[in-house]
Ligand binder design. Structure first.
Ligand code: GLU
Length: 329
């Protein structure tokens, strides 16, 4: 998981805007961060391991820039492994949320062609594959389309192309939301990062591709995009005086539980019925979500009056031989 934010529009202090947006996304990934901004003819970039709190960047005003807050899956927590990643020419920068299962063979392929990889991440291969596509005459959109089709695994990718001053974005399962208002277009992994930038949002569907330019945003793919008014509750984003997100989330728990019980009864009933009708139910989660899943297994065992199993995501495979077509996970 990671947090992504990108901006194209009227020139502003885009580096500071990206960093502010990344702060709202830090709950999604917090081991390192990076920002790249299109400045005249080159991409200026700042990357750093550690938290964003207290960090600052110093770029000139610009019409285009993006950033990433990382939760490392491939490669240590280092400045070189923080996103964005550049191609060899410096024309293209890439940020990625997710995992590329087949990155080893792709890495060997681009290295054999003479590309110089500067990080240990799975994500960097995207920048070099895009570089080759652009060199053979593809537009940024065509380049991302053909490269994304070659990536196995789940993820969201944004490519910043300095030459055309555009961004292209696409995703598989991982979230990406596009924002627009009259003077700028933005993209992020969570709507909260778009507050103050967008009046309308569109949640990108798998298979859709967004082309962001200073003139607006085009969505290609599935059907006609569903734009809706942004609905971010500003009080739920940001730290609101808490020193960190963990303290804020702990303090919010009584209210959150009360709201879920008040608003969520129909969903609880639906899930309890599904549990009753299944051949074995499993609640699965990783990290802190595994504790939520464990607690949920106690609650749902009581509500559904059926035993509900719990497994941390990494251990779930050991239940594989119990699974049937009517099991519920
Ligand atoms: N797999 C990528 C990496 O390790 C992206 C991780 C993320 O989603 O933050 O750099």
């Amino acid at each position: 998981m990671c947090g992504i934010f990108g901006y194209v529009g009227e020139p502003i202090d885009v580096g500071a805007a990206v960093l502010d947006a990344l702060r709202t996304l830090e709950y999604r990934g917090y081991d390192s961060w990076g920002v790249a901004v299109g400045v005249d003819g080159h991409l200026a970039m700042t990357k750093s391991p550690g938290k964003i709190a207290g960090a600052s960047v110093d770029f000139p005003d610009s019409d285009i820039g993006f950033g990433h807050t990382r939760w490392a899956t491939h490669g240590g927590v280092t400045e070189a492994n923080a996103h964005p990643h550049l191609d060899c020419s410096g024309r293209v920068a890439v940020i990625h949320n997710g995992i590329i299962e087949n990155f080893r063979s792709l890495r060997q392929e681009v290295e054999a062609k003479g590309h110089l990889l500067r990080s240990e991440t799975d994500s960097e291969v995207i920048a070099h594959l895009i570089e080759d596509e652009l060199a053979s005459g593809s537009t940024p959109r065509q380049a991302l389309e053909s490269v994304f089709a070659r990536l196995d695994g789940l993820g969201a990718v944004i490519v910043l192309d300095l030459a055309t001053r555009t961004m292209v974005a696409t995703k598989r399962t991982s979230p990406l939301v596009i924002g627009r208002n009259c003077s700028k277009v933005t993209v992020a992994s969570d709507e909260i990062a778009l507050a103050g930038h967008a009046t309308e949002v569109h949640y990108l569907e798998d298979g859709e591709m967004a082309l962001l330019t200073a003139g607006g945003v085009e969505i290609a793919g599935a059907g006609s995009p569903a734009w809706s008014t942004i609905s971010v509750d500003q009080t739920r984003s940001g730290l609101n005086g808490f020193p960190d997100f963990m303290s804020k989330e702990m303090a919010e728990q009584p209210d959150v539980l009360e709201r879920l019980v008040a608003e969520g009864a129909p969903q609880i009933e639906t899930l309890a019925t599904a549990i009753k009708e299944s051949y074995g139910a499993y609640l699965i989660g990783c990290g802190t979500a595994s504790y939520a899943a464990l607690t949920g297994s106690y609650l749902f065992s009581r509500i559904a009056a059926r035993h509900v199993n719990f497994a941390p995501g990494s251990e779930f495979k050991y239940y594989e031989h119990f699974l049937r077509h009517d099991s519920l996970a």
